[in-house]
Design a protein around this ligand. Structure first.
Ligand code: GTP
Length: 601
């Protein structure tokens, strides 16, 4: 199929607006799958369970229009806020998008975020309303929202029901007639954009590539621009949506490349692949994704260390947005500190560890990356080390050394029915948010923009918002750099000993409240023991919350009436020895289970 008859596109939508269902229908209408096969593109178990798309999947469709065959490459993109980097990555291989909006729900926060991603990439946008079969669908109102927010002409909006298969052919026609074909040069030297990768047990790392120029064939010697490493092409396939092996991929096509890449480090998202010994300009890659939320992962016991390491390696090959560093903790042993795009991303990752690799590790409380400017010393002035990045509370410097702290900020977009406005504004204020704008998008819905500290959002902001609004408010966010902030280390002490695994970093206005909450939680969780246990939360050396766990007092001599003093002394000595053992545990390392339970929330 000539380049002029290739179309590369994506479907972008808010969660649950029907992207997977529409993708299934497009596959069905073009004969790629039999009717009745659902959610073909959502392959992973997590995705099926949670009903969200985590990992972008891709399929090539053949469509006949005016007697000619067209090749339509559909790139499925995830809908959740945490995965917006996967969306932008996939979009760079497209010329257009289907902007899919639920005709009942209307425009939601991710619709807005995704629209601007596509708009910013100069992509042609095909607006489509889905679920028009619903009784309470309000296509006119949603069309007006699209006009108000994005200047989309209501006459250009297609109205479909992906579920019932209504209007699907119109969507396919629109793709053929409205989208440009890819700009690709068949005769130039081969250049391919690596935009996704996955791990195959037998073939190692597989890369999803978009052939920008020239062609690539089995047996070719290729190289990576990023690493300069060289490979031989072993397998090539199209995704229809199952793999169909081919000998060659040509300019404009998207396909799967196997070339014996062994380790996750080798498949760089955004890399340019080219023929060895040719000279080409690299394709403009993507900004590497930036992890925003960090957590420690430790094996339950060290015998699982090797297995967890290999599972993490394989999962990160499928999900290059996760960053991995080795970490050790006095209480939890050897482990890793992993960086994620957001909290959902972390949850999905740990769920995949469980489901796909049967691993059930300990996950520590999540943290964001803080920037700390230290007071100048001779040493740090000399080697420019006076600004440090910290995502692990254990590394937070003493407050006497700190000149200024900075925390990561985001701009959050919230769309909500106006009756929840008051409570949502209170929530944002409680989370130290600053309102940037508030506008109506129609007579019932409001779009709000807030600047918020990331750490206030990562934990449970989305959940809180959903609870307040009975699920009607939606939220999305983007990075907004760093801002100066009064941060302190909230240290947790057990019998005076600092337990870093339980400590955190907090804004000064919140440290006491969080400290009190944690101390109470620990009191509930630590079992009573033979010795007295003091649980303290401190900030800059001052105690802000304290609870005690009273000891059991077994009076071992109670049953002895007067009598033998030496026997009495012996029993007391035995009891002291017992106490000593308990004290050792309470003072130096608590039973591992205690940590696990406290950290588990
Ligand atoms: P994410 O992958 O999480 O982004 O969701 P999605 O956008 O892929 O949504 P999905 O296709 O899973 O559809 C969400 C829900 O809407 C499912 O329960 C579908 O059955 C339903 N749905 C999709 N299209 C239609 C439609 O045209 N009409 C009706 N009534 N329901 C639909």
């Amino acid at each position: 199929i000539p380049i002029e008859r290739i179309r590369n596109f994506s479907i972008i939508a808010h969660v649950d607006h029907g992207k997977s269902t529409l993708a299934d229908r497009l596959l069905e209408f073009t004969g790629a799958i039999k009717s009745g096969q659902n959610q073909i593109l959502d392959k992973l178990q997590v995705e099926r369970e949670r009903g969200i798309t985590v990992k972008a999947q891709t399929a090539s469709l053949l469509y006949k229009y005016n007697g000619e065959d067209y090749l339509l490459n559909l790139i499925d993109t995830p809908g959740h806020v945490d995965f917006s980097n996967e969306v932008s990555r996939s979009l760079s291989a497209c010329q257009g998008v289907i902007l899919l909006v639920d005709a009942n729900d209307g425009v939601q926060a991710q619709t807005v975020a995704n629209f601007y991603l596509a708009f910013g990439n100069d992509l042609v946008i095909i607006p489509v309303l889905n679920k028009i079969d619903l009784k309470n669908a309000e296509p006119e109102r949603v069309c007006n929202q699209l006009q108000t927010l994005f200047d989309i002409n209501p006459n250009d909006v297609l109205k479909i029901s992906a579920k019932l298969g209504l209007g699907i052919d119109d969507v396919l026609k629109r793709i053929v007639t409205n989208l440009p074909s890819p700009v690709a040069d068949k005769n130039a030297n081969f250049r391919g954009l690596l935009f996704d990768s996955s791990y195959d047990r037998y073939r190692g790392a597989l890369s999803l590539i978009y052939v920008q120029d020239g062609s690539i064939s089995i047996g070719d010697n290729i190289a990576s621009f990023h690493s300069k490493k060289e490979y031989e092409v072993k397998t090539l396939s199209l995704l229809r949506p199952d793999e169909v092996p081919v000998d060659k991929l040509v300019a404009g096509q998207i396909g799967l490349l196997g070339c014996n890449m062994r380790s996750s480090k080798e498949a760089h998202i955004g890399d340019t692949i080219y023929h060895k010994n040719t000279s080409v300009e690299p394709l403009s890659g993507f900004h590497p994704s930036k992890p925003m939320v960090f957590a420690g992962i430790y094996p339950m016991d060290q015998s699982q260390h090797v297995n967890i390491r290999s599972a993490i390696e394989k999962l990160t090959l499928n999900d290059s947005a996760v960053s991995v560093e080795v970490d050790t903790s006095p209480a939890l042993g050897q482990g890793w500190r992993l960086g994620f795009l957001g909290l959902l991303h972390l949850e999905v990752f740990t769920q995949r560890l469980q489901q796909e690799y049967s691993m059930d590790p300990i996950i520590t409380a999540p943290s964001v990356t803080y920037k700390i400017k230290l007071k100048p010393t001779k040493q740090n002035m000399k080697d420019d080390s006076n600004v440090i990045l910290i995502n692990n509370p254990a590394n937070f410097p003493d407050h006497l050394q700190i000149e200024e702290c900075f925390e990561p900020m985001i701009i959050g977009t919230i769309i909500t029915p106006d009756k929840y406005l008051g409570q949502i504004i209170s929530l944002c204020m409680e989370r130290r948010g600053v309102q940037k704008s508030a506008n109506n998008i129609d007579n019932e819905r409001v779009i709000l923009q807030y600047e918020l500290p990331l750490c206030e959002v990562v934990l449970d902001f989305h959940d809180a918002l959903k609870t307040i609004s009975s699920g009607y408010a939606s939220f999305d966010y983007e990075d907004n750099g760093y801002q100066s902030s009064n941060l302190v280390k909230l240290a947790i002490l057990l019998n005076g000993k600092l337990i870093d695994e339980l400590s955190g970093i907090a804004h000064i206005t919140k440290a006491q409240t969080i400290g009190r909450r944690m101390v109470l939680k620990l009191k509930e969780m630590i079992p009573r023991q033979l010795i007295h246990i003091a649980i303290q939360a401190t900030v800059n050396g001052k105690v802000v919350a304290r609870e005690n766990i009273k000891p059991f007092r077994k009076d071992v001599t109670a049953k002895l009436y007067g009598g033998d003093v030496t026997r009495r002394m012996k029993l007391l000595a035995q009891q002291a020895a017992g106490k000593k053992k308990m004290r050792m545990i309470a003072n130096i390392s608590l039973p591992r289970e205690t940590f696990i339970d406290v950290l588990k929330k």
